[in-house]
Design a binder for this molecule. Structure first.
Ligand code: NAG
Ligand code: NAG
Ligand code: NAG
Ligand code: NAG
Ligand code: NAG
Ligand code: NAG
Length: 267
């Protein structure tokens, strides 16, 4: 009896603390909603010629603001301002919108780097930053986004290689990196739809990437097969077996081995 009374008391205290922190966790020490603060940071680093982000920084929460959508418990779940002639840069304070699921800023003129702080937003499912003027490298931190299914960064000025860690984004269905200045190597990403045309250092100066080997693999093969093949192609064991067989100038053995491995691992 005593023990269960203690349990009930403990439970009550714990629930109280828990409720208290969720109710007040949204506020910064100054009493400002931290998502208001993060969004004002984003607004202040953008140039907004038509004043579409006419947000009231004294609002209790940002849920009635234009271009912003909230969950039922008043957390920002989407920020969408496509085709609004926005320029300037995308502030790292976006990393404080911790419930963000969708970020749609395509068809503007935003420049500077893609903030790596986006990699701190585990609920992000959709990112569209296409047709802007983003430059620099694609942040490898984006591969931390375990919910991300749709990523469009096409028609920007991004350079460097596609982060190798993108091979780990097994949930990504759609990846469009076309029309940038990206370079090789191209990691074997799992996305069912993967577009990298219009990157001269990858595709050559001719239009299109058709015919280049590393990439169309994920387009040509079906999903489970391409998953498996890319795992195989990265395995050290396969590499050393291939090296062994090829050094014995017996590459047909190697291809027999490869087809055997494919059979046993993939089918
Ligand atoms: C995120 O919020 C915290 C706490 O409110 C603040 O200290 C920090 O500067 C913010 N980060 C950015 C990048 O705005
Ligand atoms: C894109 O940004 C670069 C600087 O990074 C600038 O020189 C160029 O004019 C911009 N292009 C457009 C179309 O705004
Ligand atoms: C991307 O750029 C290419 C080449 O300039 C152009 O043909 C295509 O229409 C652009 N796509 C978008 C969505 O702006
Ligand atoms: C993929 O994830 C695994 C496990 O987290 C990690 O060990 C590996 O280094 C990652 N691969 C790349 C290319 O980042
Ligand atoms: C993909 O491959 C698997 C395993 O070989 C097979 O069962 C499935 O039918 C294939 N799907 C398509 C759409 O070809
Ligand atoms: C495969 O083996 C070759 C020769 O030993 C080596 O240069 C290469 O880095 C290896 N590749 C991988 C992905 O381990």
């Amino acid at each position: 009896m005593e023990a269960s009374k203690e349990n009930v008391l403990f439970c009550c205290v714990a629930s109280f603390i828990c409720l208290w922190t969720t109710a007040y966790g949204e506020l910064t020490p100054a009493g400002v909603n931290y998502e208001v603060e993060a969004l004002m940071g984003i607004k202040n680093s953008l140039v907004d010629p038509h004043n579409v982000l006419n947000w009231d920084e004294h609002a209790v929460d940002p849920c009635s603001w234009a271009m912003v959508t909230c969950s039922t418990d008043n957390f920002v779940t989407s920020l969408g301002a496509p085709s609004q002639r926005l320029s300037g840069t995308l502030s790292p304070s976006i990393g404080n919108l911790t419930n963000l699921q969708s970020l749609l800023l395509q068809d503007n003129d935003i420049s500077g780097h893609i903030p790596s702080e986006l990699g701190r937003l585990p609920k992000l499912k959709t990112i569209d930053l296409s047709s802007n003027n983003f430059s620099g490298q694609i942040p490898g931190a984006l591969s931390n986004l375990n919910s991300l299914q749709y990523l469009r960064l096409n028609n920007n000025s991004l350079d460097g290689a596609i982060p190798a860690s993108f091979v780990n984004m097994t949930q990504l269905n759609f990846l469009d990196l076309s029309y940038n200045d990206l370079s090789i190597p191209v990691p074997p990403v799992h996305a069912k739809t993967f577009n990298i045309v219009g990157n001269p250092l990858i595709c050559g100066t001719e239009h299109g990437c058709a015919g280049t080997t590393p990439v169309p693999q994920s387009l040509a093969l079906n999903y489970s097969q391409s998953n498996c093949l890319s795992r195989l192609l990265q395995s050290d064991q396969l590499n050393s077996s291939l090296n062994f067989f090829c050094s014995k100038s017996c590459c047909c053995c190697a291809s027999l081995l490869l087809s055997f491995l494919l059979q046993s691992f993939c089918f």
